[in-house]
Design a protein around this ligand. Structure first.
Ligand SMILES: [Zn+2]
Length: 443
C-alpha cells in the first residue's frame, strides 16, 4: 500500500528499526534511511510492488548467489525491473525480490543477513559492522563490503538521515550523569597558566579513606578532585591556573618516562579519593592495601574523556604521576594489583576510550573530504555524483531536461550548478567546492 507522506512512511518503520537495533546492533537511523532510499518513501509508484510485498529494503531473492535464508522469510518472492550499476553505467534488469509477511520480517531478515552472511572462504562478510555507532561509517562499510553497487549509495543515506534527523531514533547507551561541581571561587592557584595544556595526569590522594575536594595550602593538589562516591569537584580552572601536582625530583626505580616533558605548567592534575584496608595515617605509598571504588574510577574516566575533548589531548598524553617522577601514584594503577574494586591502568584507559567513542555523533566532515573541487572541463567520478545529486533535486539543463550522468562537466552541468548555487545562497561561480558539495548533500 502506498504511504501517505515521507513522515508517515518513516513513522511506521521506527518501532521495528529500534527492535532490530536492540536485537542485532545495527543503527536504527541507517535502517530507516535505507528503507526510504530503496523504496522512495513508499510514495513512488515504481516501488508499490515492493511495498505490497512488505519488502521495504529491496531485499533480493538471491543473496550471496543462493537463496540465503533467515528466520524471517518463507521463500516467496516477486519479480520486478530494477536499476543496477554495472561498470559505471545505469541499466535495468528483471530481478526477483523477497516477499514478506510484514515489514518487521523484512527488517529482521536484513539484519540477520548482516550478522550471518559469509564469504565463500567462510569469513563473515558484514558482521563487523554491527555495533558501529557512526551512521556515515556504518553505511560506508556496508557498501564497500559489497552490499550495494551504487557508488553514491552511502552519500544518499547520510543525506536522508540529516534531512529527517533520523539519529533521534538511534538507541544510545545512557551516559552516566556526572556533574562537575565548581568550587573554583574557593581555591586560588599559585600560578597563572602560560603554557598550553598537553597532558592529563592522574593521582590518588594518598590519605586512607578520605576525600578532599580542595587545594591544600600553598596550592598543592589537583585541578579536579574525584571523591570515593564519584563526585567531581573542579577546584581550579585549568585554563587559568597552574597547581603543584607532578613536580619534584625523581623517586623510585620505575616510571618517569615523561620526566622533563610533562610538568605542572603544561598539564592538568586529577586527584582521586582512595580507600584502604586500614586508617593508618602512615600507610606507605607502595602498600598493596590501597584501592579505588567503582564510583571513583567511573567518574574519573568520564571526566578524563571530557577533558581530552575540551583540550584536544590524545590517550597517549593521559598519564600517571608515576610516569612523570616515578612516585607510586596513583597507587592502584601503578601496582595494578586489582585490589578489591580497583581496575588496572589499562582498564581505566579502556574505559576512557569507551566514553570518547560513545560520545561521537555524525561527523560533519566525514564524507566531504573525499570530493574534489570540480568545474568546467573536468571528467571524473565526482562529476557523475554531482550530476546525480542535481538531477535528484530537480535541476536540469537550459532546456529543462535532466542532466546526462556522463561524468563530463560541460555547459549543461555548469548551467545546473549555477542555478543550484543561486537557489542555495551560494556564489554562482559554477564550481563545486566544499560549500556547494555540502549543500548538494543537504547540509
Ligand atoms: Zn600524585
Amino acid at each position: 500500500m502506498k504511504s501517505k507522506s515521507e513522515k508517515d512512511y518513516i513513522e511506521q518503520i521506527v518501532p521495528y528499526a529500534q527492535e532490530a537495533q536492540k536485537a542485532f546492533g545495527y543503527l536504527a537511523s541507517v535502517l530507516i534511511a535505507q528503507a526510504c532510499q530503496e523504496n522512495g518513501y513508499g510514495l513512488d509508484n515504481d516501488c508499490l510492488v515492493l511495498m505490497d510485498a512488505n519488502n521495504i529494503l529491496g531485499m533480493k531473492r538471491e543473496l550471496l548467489n543462493d537463496t540465503w535464508n533467515s528466520d524471517y522469510w518463507d521463500g516467496s518472492y516477486i519479480v520486478k525491473p530494477t536499476p543496477e550499476w554495472y561498470n559505471g553505467k545505469l541499466t535495468y534488469i528483471n530481478d526477483a525480490f523477497r516477499k514478506y509477511a510484514s515489514i518487521r520480517d523484512c527488517i529482521m531478515d536484513y539484519c540477520q543477513f548482516m550478522r550471518d552472511a559469509k564469504r565463500s572462504n567462510g569469513s563473515y562478510k558484514y558482521r563487523d559492522v554491527l555495533g558501529i555507532t557512526d551512521p556515515a561509517e556504518l553505511i560506508k562499510q556496508v557498501r564497500t563490503r559489497g552490499y550495494c553497487t551504487d557508488p553514491t549509495y552511502d552519500y544518499s543515506i547520510v543525506k536522508i538521515i540529516a534531512k529527517h534527523n533520523l539519529t533521534q531514533y538511534d538507541i544510545k547507551e545512557a551516559e552516566p550523569m556526572h556533574e562537575i561541581i565548581d568550587i573554583t571561587a574557593e581555591n586560588h592557584a599559585p600560578r597563572t597558566r602560560t603554557l598550553p595544556i598537553k597532558y592529563i595526569v592522574m593521582h590518588y590522594l594518598g590519605v586512607p579513606n578520605a576525600d578532599n575536594p580542595y587545594l591544600y595550602n600553598g596550592g598543592y593538589g589537583g585541578h579536579y578532585n574525584v571523591t570515593r562516591a564519584g563526585k567531581i569537584y573542579k577546584a581550579v580552572d585549568p585554563r587559568k591556573g597552574v597547581v603543584w601536582h607532578c613536580g619534584g625530583g625523581l623517586q623510585g626505580n620505575g616510571g618517569h618516562t615523561f620526566y622533563g616533558k610533562c610538568t605542572n605548567y603544561n598539564s592538568i592534575g586529577i586527584e582521586c579519593g582512595v580507600c584502604a584496608d586500614t586508617d593508618a595515617k602512615d600507610l606507605s605509598g607502595d602498600s598493596y592495601l590501597w584501592y579505588f571504588t567503582e564510583e571513583t574510577q567511573e567518574a574519573a574516566a568520564w571526566l578524563v574523556a571530557q577533558l581530552m575533548k575540551e583540550y584536544n589531548i590524545d590517550i597517549d598524553h593521559v598519564i600517571r604521576h608515576y610516569d612523570v617522577t616515578g612516585k607510586c601514584c596513583p597507587n592502584p594503577y601503578v601496582l595494578n594489583n586489582k585490589r578489591k574494586t580497583s581496575w588496572t591502568w589499562e582498564q581505566f584507559k579502556a574505559k576512557v576510550k569507551s566514553y570518547l567513542e560513545g560520545a561521537e555523533s555524525v561527523r560533519e566532515d566525514v564524507y566531504m573530504v573525499e570530493f574534489k573541487v570540480i568545474g568546467k572541463g573536468d571528467n571524473n567520478e565526482d562529476v557523475g555524483t554531482a550530476q546525480k545529486l542535481l538531477n535528484a533535486d530537480g535541476y536540469t539543463d537550459p532546456n529543462g531536461n535532466p542532466l546526462k550522468v556522463d561524468k563530463d562537466f560541460g555547459d549543461n552541468t555548469a548551467y545546473a550548478v549555477g542555478e543550484f548555487q543561486k537557489n542555495n545562497g551560494l556564489e554562482a561561480d559554477k564550481v563545486i567546492g566544499p560549500k556547494t558539495w555540502a549543500r548538494l548533500f543537504g547540509k
